[in-house]
Design a protein around this ligand. Structure first.
Ligand code: TRP
Length: 461
């Protein structure tokens, strides 16, 4: 174990930080609109299957690889195998951290900006979502506005990372996650009390099976990766600050559980408002920034609800943003022996600049599309990360764990650490039937499903 590498002060701190990474814009901005566009409950059902059968096993593997090696993704693979190929898989993770943050930080910037607009009371003058959409487009037509808020968001992340694992990442999550949960509960309760709220609830919980097609499945799988922060070494990096006495299996359940519950609660908070005002749940990516502000602001006490909602979105974005940047920072610290300060400032600067083309996608460069894909920089970064880099990372992780490191070694490591619980901890791996199910999921089911997603994304099936 490297001598002065920092560690979380407890398993609970790790769970909060990892849940902070998992619970992000994916839960509050993306999940509701993807579910909205794909039939609500039908999508939710498939998504839950993907979380349990693919997400959870891979989450265990990622955290375990971090804990076992106490290294960033590149260092982790280097420690466990001599084959140079795997080093590049780790490097793919570092590259993905760049790509994701370059568009994530733009949406994070919007969230901060909207918190300020809510504070100023801007939304109370909007009578309908069209006005809010015009406002959004007008603001985004100014490169300075988008870049400015991206800068504010970025400074927040860099500030937290500079303070280190305990004083930065851990402290921020310990403070922010309970606040996030408290705000969400307030919004859920107020949503449920609205007239017509049951329309929103049944949209989310009574499935219309006719809405399910192969596309639903692929979207759900891709989103399962994104929402659990899998496939690029973020969970591996967080796991690398975990000590051997902490049970990975139990922590993984907790993180996946919290992430899923929070996504569903966000869905309830949002769809109750949307349905009670009679709007279309399938509003797409604009759901949160166009449809919601006027609807929230028109409620009794709407000023507070709009403010709380964007604060919630900002907190979710910040605690996830730090986990994305931490991957690249840990790489520089472990592999190139940079100090944390130098690593954070170097990577922070590079990723900050890499995000500028995404910021310009809404104004100066809105006509610039990449290599015949028809996608702007922003859309391309989202597409490349969510549909290519993360599933690819997940695929290689499953192959590595199942065939290179080997299931026996994985299970031997998973059994290290104490959960103190039979059903919700690693002791479940003492049962040989559970072990074979796990082995099947990692060696066969995950790689095959991910492979199919690829063929589909590439347009081959
Ligand atoms: N899981 C976060 C969300 O739902 C996003 C995120 C944070 C992420 N870290 C990641 C996604 C690492 C992929 C990989 O918004």
């Amino acid at each position: 174990m490297s001598n002065n590498r920092e560690q979380w002060s407890s398993k609970a701190s790790f769970i909060l930080a990892a849940a902070g990474s998992a619970v992000g814009l994916g839960n509050i901005w993306k999940f509701p609109y993807i579910a909205g566009e794909n039939g609500g409950a039908a999508f939710l059902f498939i998504y839950l299957i993907c979380i349990v059968l693919v997400g959870l096993p891979i989450l265990n593997i990622e955290i375990l690889l971090g804990r076992a090696t106490q290294k960033n993704p590149v260092g982790a693979f280097k420690t466990l195998t001599d084959k140079p190929f795997w080093k590049y898989v780790g490097a793919l993770g570092v590259f993905a951290s760049f790509t994701i943050l370059s568009f994530y930080s733009i949406v994070g910037g919007w969230s901060v900006a909207y918190t300020f607009e809510a504070l100023k009371g801007t939304f109370s003058s909007f009578d309908n979502p069209q006005m809010a959409a015009d406002f959004f487009n007008l603001k985004n037509s100014s490169p300075m506005w988008v870049i400015g808020w991206h800068t504010v968001f970025f400074l927040m992340i860099v500030g937290i990372i500079l303070s280190g694992v305990r004083a930065g990442l851990e402290k921020a999550s310990k403070f922010l996650m309970p606040v996030l949960f408290g705000i969400l509960m307030i919004l859920v309760v107020q949503g449920l009390m609205l007239p017509g709220a049951d329309g929103g609830v049944s949209f989310l919980f009574s499935p219309d099976w006719s809405k399910i097609n192969p596309q639903t499945f692929l979207l759900a799988l891709g989103h399962a990766f994104f929402t659990l922060s899998l496939g690029m070494g973020a969970m591996m990096t967080y796991g690398s600050y975990l000590s051997e006495k902490d049970d990975v299996v139990n922590a993984s359940y907790m993180v996946a559980f919290l992430d899923t519950v929070i996504a569903i609660l966000a869905g309830v908070a949002i769809f109750t408002v949307v349905f009670s005002s009679g709007y279309d749940p399938a509003a797409g990516p604009g759901l949160v920034f166009h449809v919601l502000p006027p609807l929230l602001a028109q409620l009794v006490g709407g000023y507070i609800f709009a403010l709380l909602f964007f604060l919630l979105l900002t907190i979710a974005a910040v605690t996830s943003g730090i986990s994305i940047l931490e991957v690249s920072v840990a790489y520089l610290v472990d592999e190139l022996k940079y100090s944390r300060k130098k690593a954070t400032l170097t990577m922070g600067m590079l990723v900050y600049l890499a995000a500028i083309p995404c910021a310009l996608s809404f104004n100066l460069w809105s006509d610039v599309t990449l290599l015949g894909t028809g996608l702007t920089f922003f859309d391309a970064a989202d597409f490349l990360a969510s549909n290519v880099l993360l599933p690819l990372g997940g695929f290689f992780l499953a192959i590595f764990a199942g065939y290179v490191w080997g299931i026996d070694e994985v299970v031997r490591n998973l059994l290290i650490g104490d959960s103190g619980s039979v059903y919700f901890g690693n002791s479940i791996f003492k049962s040989s039937s559970f072990k074979s199910v796990f082995s099947f999921l990692i060696r066969y089911l995950s790689p095959v499903l991910i492979f199919l997603v690829f063929l589909y994304v590439l347009g081959w099936i």
